[in-house]
Design a protein around this ligand. Sequence first.
Ligand code: SF4
Length: 255
Amino acid sequence: MRRLRPPPRAGGGARPAGYAQGVATPRPGTRAHTVQIARRLEEAQGPLPFARRHDPVSELVTTLLSHSTTDANQFRAFAALRERYPDWDDVRRAPVAEVEETIRVAGLANQKAPRIQAVLDALADDPRGADLEWLGDLPLPEAMGFLTSLPGVGPKTAGCVMCFCFDAPVVPADTHVHRIALRTGIVPPRSSAARAQERLSRWVPPGAAYATHMRLIAHGRTICTARAPRCAECPLLELCPTGRRLLRGVARRMI
Ligand code: SF4
């Protein structure tokens, strides 16, 4: 049976405002705790039905473009690529310097351009089709294994393709998701993003991976920000040891 315990109380006194009286909260690092986090985010943000944004190759390419850049520059680089080349085979065959110039706004263009071309080369001769639509028919571990065998494709990028294109039970751990997983104790301190992705993907309720990922991103952008988390108004406070610690620190400074 899973161990449940009530949330610790600041200084052993009364619970901070917003805590449900007499309701046990699950221990961080358990499935029940992750499920509660997914539920609280759903309550806070509302329904979020799955919607495919791109075909799988486009998702793969745009995710490769997203590394170490802003969303805006990722979108600009992807749009420039699509505008200059009618299809992915044209990107594959183009001079690398030209692709590099096209995606320059995304940064690290000298690494990203050859990587994208290497990935497209690897897909071009696949007898199952270069469009990757067949990934949706494979067992998830096999599909993830195929994607991570491609040059420069790690678990997060593979997770994005499977989650965003096939509604697969993967919660890709980008910087926001990783940060929240660490702060809330879904994973132990200093755990990697890959571990956070693995744990969230295993524990988030069936059918909720896509919505949970999107909600965690929104939460990380608006409330659990990197530099100044707004813990006092966070719907996850009761489930978050870091938030409670931060608020206790604030309370002590005010005495
Ligand atoms: S309580 Fe604070 S640290 Fe915890 S998830 Fe919310 S904003 Fe982030």
